[in-house]
Design a protein around this ligand. Structure first.
Ligand SMILES: [Zn+2]
Length: 445
């Protein structure tokens, strides 16, 4: 970096300055042309923030952003008009918990063998290409922004994010976390010492407060927008002191922390440390929920309807009796999840939609399968409007992007979807998105 002698460097600098001056002069000459104007109109528009429904909305879009919104408003002359007839407009959806660089197969027998095969046999480059496919499937289903939470090799999520931003591939906006920070072993099942080297492909393992700090700084160096921590995997738990250090390191630079935590000990550690969101929390005590409400910590409830847990496991060799047994177990699990979701809502905890979808799901794209989580929220007892908020305004706030996404408002990015039916009556309508626009570009029509 410092091999150019000092005198030569100053010559380089002055030449560069001259070239820059020429470029600026050239850029200033012609009068700037107005960016093209697009208008999207439809029968209705839902504002998830207020719950209001606007009739005959006219959304004017310029330079990828929303310039104005009004009922029966005049269409600017020369605008390209996209008339969606009887459809209903909504802001693009936000999935706050994705794993785009993973696509497990149920027939391989669950997380442990799948993780081993994925990490041992797929390069990060190959996984990023898989992520491009999964991302496109999310976007076409109406998910225009995701927070990708680890399991992406060595910063494959960062590569995918940057490729999408550069226009190399089509996909949702991504907030990336790089490798998740965890206790020994990450989320791997037991493997031989020779094989344990694989763990660092996927996780940054920490055992002290200093290592925790170092892992956060390394993640930011690797390109992370936020930090993901696996607070517990079985009896391996990140300590409260380590968690506090992680949160402090991230907060200092205005970044957030997403904590995978399940059960009393781990959710308590995460809440006490003051993370931004707690993921999963399939079991969580009431006093921890109250602490989350007080501190404004989001619950990202990665729930599914019971049938999903059975069908997602793919072509199965189970006997009908075994399948019945499996469904009974899944029904119990889904019921428990629904109850804890409503306990959280009643305690005043903000909920953000997160699918945690990472299995190949027969008959559904990645995006379509992910949206089943919204159905689970509704089946648990959340109103359709509350469910819509979890996937729009709440997601935007959790991602620190309230100024750009989560609403169809002047100044926001033009991330707009449209559906046939009325999602304020039934959020399952979101499973059939007919139109998708991201940043003013039509992705699906
Ligand atoms: Zn996850």
């Amino acid at each position: 970096m410092n091999r150019i002698p000092r005198w030569m460097r100053s010559v380089v600098v002055s030449v560069t300055t001259m070239m820059f001056a020429v470029l600026v002069a050239q850029a200033q000459q012609p009068a700037p042309t107005q960016p093209a104007t697009t208008v999207v109109r439809a029968a209705r528009m839902i504002d998830p923030k207020s719950g209001n429904v606007m009739q005959n909305p006219v959304v004017v879009i310029r330079g990828g952003r929303i310039a104005s919104v009004g009922a029966n408003a005049a269409v600017p002359s020369g605008a390209t008009v996209i008339d969606l007839g009887n459809l209903t407009l909504l802001p693009g959806l936000i999935d706050a918990h994705t794993h785009l660089l993973q696509n497990y197969r149920g027939e391989l027998g669950g997380d442990d063998p799948n993780m081993l095969i994925t990490v041992a046999t797929m390069s990060t480059a190959k996984r990023a290409l898989l992520g491009a496919k999964m991302g496109r499937e999310d976007l076409e289903a109406g998910i225009t922004t995701v927070r990708d939470l680890g399991n992406s090799g060595f910063s494959g999520d960062v590569a995918l994010r940057d490729a999408i931003n550069a226009g190399w591939v089509i996909g949702p906006r991504i907030r990336a976390s790089t490798r998740a920070i965890s206790a020994a072993g990450g989320q791997f099942g037991p493997v031989q010492p020779e094989t344990q080297k694989l763990i660092e492909q996927e996780y940054a393992v920490v055992s002290t407060v200093d290592e925790a700090r170092r892992a956060v700084r390394q993640a930011f160096y690797d390109g992370a927008d936020l930090i993901k921590v696996i607070v517990n995997t079985g009896p391996r738990v990140v300590s409260l002191d380590e968690m506090k250090a992680i949160v402090e390191e991230a907060r200092r630079v205005n970044r957030t922390v997403a904590a995978h935590a399940i059960g009393d000990t781990a959710t308590r550690i995460a809440a006490e440390a003051g993370v931004t969101s707690i993921e999963h929390a399939y079991t969580i005590p009431d006093d921890v929920l109250r602490m989350m409400a007080q501190k404004g910590i989001y619950l990202v409830a990665t729930d599914y309807p019971a049938e999903f847990y059975v069908n997602a496991l793919g072509p199965s060799t189970l006997t009908p009796e075994q399948k019945q047994q499996q469904l009974a177990g899944a029904t119990q699990f889904a019921k428990g999840n629904g109850e804890r979701l409503m306990r959280a809502v009643r305690a005043g905890v903000k909920v953000a939609f997160g699918s945690d979808e990472y299995y190949d799901t027969p008959g559904r794209t990645r995006g379509q399968a992910s949206l089943l989580t919204l159905q689970a929220y509704q089946e648990a007892g959340m109103s359709p409007l509350e469910v819509l908020r979890s996937a729009t305004v709440n997601g935007a706030a959790l991602l620190g992007w309230s100024d750009r996404i989560g609403a169809i408002e002047a100044g926001k990015l033009a991330d707009i979807i449209a559906v046939d039916g009325d999602p304020l009556k039934d959020v399952k309508e979101l499973q059939k998105v007919r139109f998708v626009m991201k940043g003013g570009e039509v992705v699906k029509r």
